[in-house]
Design a protein around this ligand. Structure first.
Ligand code: SAM
Length: 321
């Protein structure tokens, strides 16, 4: 495939901003935890010299195969390795494969355009396919299995939290009523159930199933839990001066990243009115991006999917500002 083909597969968002925030060093060890089609990974690899190494991981085997192919075409002196793994596994495999801390890490959260576009993966509310939605199809519960068993109250909470869905109660009620007649196993069946549960005014504003599909995808892939685990473990595996860059597409995820970075920069737990710190917790580094970085007008015009992207970066081992 050519570079344009790869971009049609998935166009990497905030690419220049990511490379700048990572401040890639030629001899560094870099980890891309969300390799996808390898757009960000390829740009990192290009910058590496002979001692530089890149680990590109994804829990989606199909994406990883595309990333592997793309990276093997990059002209570089650096080396790379692809790894089929989830965030939660990251510190373990980094210890085994590299045996040392990382100089840079990227997590470009969520799904790729390719995953969304392929009906057979079950992520799309526009294309018919099995209601699967698992990024790693070798483990866990599909969206159909989740919908078959989840109690109505839990489904309402899930649609509200991950989908920010206003009509969560009515959608959940319709799903529960419909599943009494038989399992919901196809994406377009679910999209129809959602459409019938919302006012016609909402149907005219855009596809009403978007938020329900987003919420189910996040639950099926335990995306919030994966991110929480990563944020907890990360400081342990970053080298002094190492930079971690996160791109989020959901306000919940961006908030989790923002709060973690604030905690790393200022971990002191002493009451605010104490004259001096007695907890002894020291800053782990500094926040690089005072404000989240968003896509430029130019990028928005070329790739509307970049609209909700927010990038935040943190440098470990530096001094807190
Ligand atoms: C937005 S895409 C990344 C695109 C990539 N940066 C590129 O340039 O092509 C997100 C990718 O992260 C993967 N992913 C999401 N959550 C993951 C997790 N917890 N562990 C590993 N991979 C994950 C998805 O399978 C998907 O391929």
């Amino acid at each position: 495939m050519t570079s344009a083909d790869y971009n049609a597969w998935h166009r990497p968002v905030l690419l220049d901003e990511t490379i700048e925030a990572l401040a890639v060093r030629q001899d560094g060890l870099y980890v891309d935890l969300t390799a996808g089609g390898g757009g960000h990974s390829a740009a990192i690899l290009e910058k590496l010299g002979g001692a530089g190494r890149l680990f590109s991981a994804d829990r989606d085997k199909e994406s990883l195969a595309v990333c592997q192919e793309r990276l093997s075409q990059v002209e570089t002196e650096g080396s790379f390795q692809t790894i089929h793994a989830s965030f939660s596994d990251f510190p373990r495999w980094l210890d085994i494969e590299a045996g040392r801390a990382a100089d840079g890490l990227l997590a470009d959260l969520g799904v790729s355009s390719r995953q969304l576009d392929r009906g057979e993966r079950g992520f799309s509310y526009l294309k018919d396919g099995p209601l699967d939605m698992r990024m790693n199809q070798e483990e866990g519960q599909s969206a159909a299995e989740l919908l078959a068993l989840i109690p109505e109250e839990e489904l309402i909470a899930l649609l509200r939290l991950y989908g920010e869905e206003r009509y969560a109660s009515s959608i959940a009620r319709s799903i529960v009523k419909r599943r009494e007649e038989g399992p919901i196993t196809r994406t377009l069946d679910l999209a129809d159930i959602v459409a019938s549960a919302v006012p016609s005014r909402v149907r005219r504003e855009g596809n009403p199933a978007r938020q329900t599909f987003q919420a189910l995808r996040m639950a099926v892939n335990r995306e919030q839990q994966e991110l929480a685990h990563l944020l907890m473990e990360l400081p342990r595996v970053m080298a002094p001066g190492g930079r971690a860059v996160f791109i989020s597409f959901h306000s919940l995820e961006d908030r989790m990243v923002k709060q973690a970075m604030r905690r790393w920069q200022d971990p002191c737990e002493c009451p605010r009115d104490f004259p001096a710190c007695i907890c002894g917790k020291k800053a782990l580094g500094r926040i690089v991006t005072a404000r989240p970085v968003a896509a430029s007008e130019e990028e928005l015009a070329a790739n509307p999917r970049s609209r909700s992207a927010r990038l935040r970066a943190f440098e470990f081992g530096g001094t807190a500002s």
